[in-house]
Design a protein around this ligand. Structure first.
Ligand SMILES: Nc1nc2c(ncn2[C@@H]2O[C@H](COP(=O)(O)OP(=O)(O)OP(=O)(O)O)[C@@H](O)[C@H]2O)c(=O)[nH]1
Ligand SMILES: [Mg+2]
Length: 451
């Protein structure tokens, strides 16, 4: 990235570790006043990038003793002069040291995400790396950690910058073709070359857009439990969550709302959803419940269709137009489950799993099947870095639309060059090379520690 050096006058300070008691707390300082702050409170500058044990406080008022790290610009996280103080993690120590720092001229508390923002503005990180870092700070499962770490280290930046460079190359070719319009052969040659680049990019972007795994891994893989009333859906939710989340009763039509539980399934984040039993509803409230259940089934990554072994007929799942799921057709999207096998003898079937939510029989097998599916999801996304956010999808769709218009043979070379410029513009917005001011606030707010 081309570094845009910004030199705000104020120096920012913040507690970088979470609030609450801890053995050690970390306070970070960034900006031009960092050097003076270390001189005032830590007895001078330690050697750069080496931890030094120091008394911290004013000469006549020692506040704590801790490790001090000094990172002179530009080799720091933000690109500015920076320091880190590792203190004892009590509220009293943190308060006293923050107050002492804030009493220095030009020092103020950082806004949420302001360290990352300065790193971005100084060209230390591109926007996808900032997003990866925010995801890493917020990661809850192993697969989320892996994906966020790769993104924070530039996996998506490299991909998108590579595409943008190819687009700019194709644009240069088309523009060169305009200059050689009189020399027919040369003009045709460059236009064929540019066309080939654009076509191959269009295919790469289409493949990337069809891959929803990164977004699922970031937000949670949605598993919806659905089936006729009284099949034991809420009992299964409770068994999988290992706690009493949903009301269970022998009355058909107990669950009317949608109930969500967040689970870590072998490192994969899962949103497990319990729904109202699907039947001809009796009354307005139940009808609303059934319509919500159907909407969740439509939107699910995986449906667990549950039937009751003791029921005379086993209902089939509703025939739903799962448009979005069709995009992930390489992953199986439904598992049929027969529940209450403790109460009725059932004939084993090849494509279903038999369980008892009551005794726990078969639950291990179901969990193993869900884990295998979830692991497949995480593995596939390790091959090439997938997009992780709606923001990426929006920009890539706009780039793709421009590339499609570029492919129109009736388009003049001038307009073709313009379409390539538009596509490159959207890729530039992905990495934050091009004006993205309106999205920055929301991204940097994700760094709110301890929210
Ligand atoms: N014998 C037996 N009973 C079960 C089992 N699972 C659930 N039940 C019972 O079946 C009844 C219905 O269970 P729920 O979990 O409320 O069923 P549901 O599918 O959520 O029902 P609705 O919310 O009304 O659609 C309750 O009386 C449960 O105790 C099971 O594995 N074996
Ligand atoms: Mg229920």
């Amino acid at each position: 990235m081309e570094p845009k050096i910004v030199a705000p006058n104020d120096t920012i300070v913040a507690l970088a570790s979470g609030p609450g008691l801890a053995a050690v707390a970390v306070i970070r300082v960034s900006g031009p006043g960092t050097r003076d702050a270390l001189e005032a409170l830590c007895g001078g500058l330690p050697p750069p990038r080496h931890a030094a044990l120091r008394d911290i406080g004013l000469r006549d008022a020692k506040l704590d003793r801790g490790l001090v790290l000094w990172f002179p610009a530009p080799a720091s996280f933000t690109g500015e002069d920076m320091a880190e103080l590792q203190l004892h993690g009590s509220r009293a120590v943190i308060r006293a040291v923050l107050d002492a720092l804030l009493a220095l001229p030009g020092m103020r508390l950082a806004e949420p995400g302001e360290f990352a923002r300065r790193a971005f503005e100084n060209g230390k990180l591109d926007l996808t790396e900032v997003e990866g870092l925010a995801d890493l700070v917020n990661a809850e499962t192993e697969a989320q950690r892996r994906q966020a770490l790769a993104q924070s280290e530039g996996s998506l930046r490299q991909l998108y910058e590579g595409w943008r460079a190819e687009l700019l190359g194709a644009q240069a070719l088309v523009e060169a073709g305009l200059d050689f319009a009189d020399e027919g052969d040369v003009a045709i040659d460059v236009s064929v070359k540019a066309g080939a680049i654009a076509e191959s990019l269009r295919e790469s972007i289409a493949r990337h857009l069809a891959d929803h795994r990164g977004e699922r891994l970031r937000d949670g893989f949605r598993i919806v439990i659905a089936g006729p009333p009284n099949a034991g859906k809420s009992s299964l939710l409770n068994a999988l969550a290992k706690r009493d989340v949903a009301i269970v009763s022998e009355e058909a039509g107990t669950t009317r709302d949608v109930i969500e539980v967040h689970l870590d399934l072998g490192g994969i984040p899962v949103i497990l959803v319990d729904t109202a039993g699907i039947r001809e509803a009796r009354g307005r409230v139940e009808a609303e419940g059934v319509s919500r259940a159907l909407a969740r089934v439509e939107d699910a990554d995986l449906v667990l269709w549950l039937v009751d072994a003791t029921a005379p007929v086993w209902e089939s799942p509703p025939d739903i137009d799962a448009r979005r799921r069709a995009a992930m057709s390489d992953v199986e999207t439904q598992i049929c489950i027969v529940n209450k096998i403790d109460a009725a003898r059932v004939q084993g079937g090849p494509s279903r799993i038999e369980i008892s939510a009551k005794t726990g029989e078969g639950i291990d097998r179901l969990v193993a099947a869900l884990q295998a599916r979830a692991a497949g999801l995480a593995e596939a996304s390790a091959a090439s870095p997938p997009m992780t956010r709606a923001r990426h999808r929006t920009e890539l769709e706009a780039a793709q639309a421009a590339l499609l218009r570029f492919g129109d043979p009736a388009l003049s070379p001038e307009l073709k060059a313009e379409e390539l410029r538009i596509a490159a513009h959207h890729l530039g917005r992905l990495t934050g090379r091009i004006d993205v001011e309106e999205v920055l606030g929301a991204i940097f707010a994700e760094f709110c520690i301890g929210k």
